[in-house]
Design a protein around this ligand. Structure first.
Ligand code: R5P
Length: 287
């Protein structure tokens, strides 16, 4: 096989390469002076089974266009099979028309992955698993759950309740609860805008209980910190957050630092934002 990395997350690419004992292919992935992406492969990959390591993490558009051009480079260099390894799939939250006159961005980027040359996609905890159906090529949809659960279990949390910060995350939370043999609670969140949410009520009893809030991602941190405050107000004891993707934009770090939480577990699908929240622990998905 051949591994080639974009510039979105060099540390994760290096970690994956080390896990496999397989060096990264020599290539120039840079920018022209006007900001356009400049790519040149320095080795022959004709007929090779090539894996492109490029999570489409913020700045999302930069990472996406670089990934598409890498795929095109490989196809035109006659790679045998091309797999896009993108632990974070940017635009996954725009997976349907939930109001009039909006795009289905997750489908548009799926189309461009395929037309640019991807034969297969490997991704991790997409916002909606159904996005797999946007592709007519194989999609390996991996879960961060085993990695995050190892850490949760190592913390020895007594009699935990797994909490989803919105109804849409119930299936994911149930999978965590099953493995922890824990109860489930659901925070009934309503989204007011891209950055604002409100909580109607909590389904399930959290009084005097240790809570593990699980979600696919933290963006501005609004959903998860409001959920934590609501749980605390309802008498929760310790609160641990376990989230796959640390997107952390806008006020996320300040909100997490101010929230009544005891630990924040995330994966390294996205490079850690600096400064990071104080109680952050990053668990690697490279293996
Ligand atoms: C929502 O459906 C997602 O699973 C996340 O809960 C949400 O997108 C997080 O966004 P924010 O951190 O901005 O509240």
């Amino acid at each position: 096989i051949t591994l080639i990395a974009g510039t979105a997350h060099p540390a994760l690419a290096k970690a994956i390469s080390a896990e496999l004992g397989q060096p990264l292919a020599e290539a120039r992935v840079a920018r022209f002076s006007d900001g356009e992406v400049d790519i040149k492969l320095d080795e022959d990959i004709r007929g090779r089974d090539v894996f492109v390591l490029q999570p489409t993490c913020p700045p999302v558009n930069e990472a996406w266009i670089e990934l598409l051009l890498l795929l095109d480079t490989l196809r035109r260099a006659s790679a045998g099979r091309i797999t896009a390894v993108m632990p974070y799939y940017g635009y996954a939250r725009k997976d349907r028309k939930d109001e009039g006159r909006v795009p289905i961005s997750a489908k548009v980027v799926a189309n461009t992955l395929v037309t640019s040359g991807a034969d297969r996609v490997v991704t991790l905890d997409m916002h909606a698993a159904q996005i797999q159906g946007f592709f007519d090529i194989p999609v390996d949809h991996l879960y961060a759950r085993p990695v995050l659960l190892d850490e949760v279990i190592a913390m020895g949390i007594e009699d935990p309740v797994v909490v989803t910060p919105d109804v849409g995350g119930t299936k994911m939370a149930r999978a965590y609860a099953k493995r922890l043999n824990a109860d489930l609670a659901i925070v009934d969140k309503r989204r007011i805008s891209g950055t604002e949410t409100t909580i109607e009520h909590v389904i399930g009893d959290v009084r005097g209980r240790n809570c593990v809030i699980v979600d696919d991602l933290i963006s501005t941190g609004g959903s998860i910190t409001q959920a934590a405050s609501t749980l605390k107000a309802q008498g929760a004891k310790a609160i641990v957050i376990a989230v796959s993707h640390a997107v952390f934009c806008g006020p996320a770090v300040e909100r997490l630092d101010a929230a009544p939480v005891d630990a924040i577990l995330v994966t390294d699908s996205i490079p850690p934002k600096q400064p990071s929240p104080k109680k952050l622990k990053v668990c690697s998905v490279a293996p």
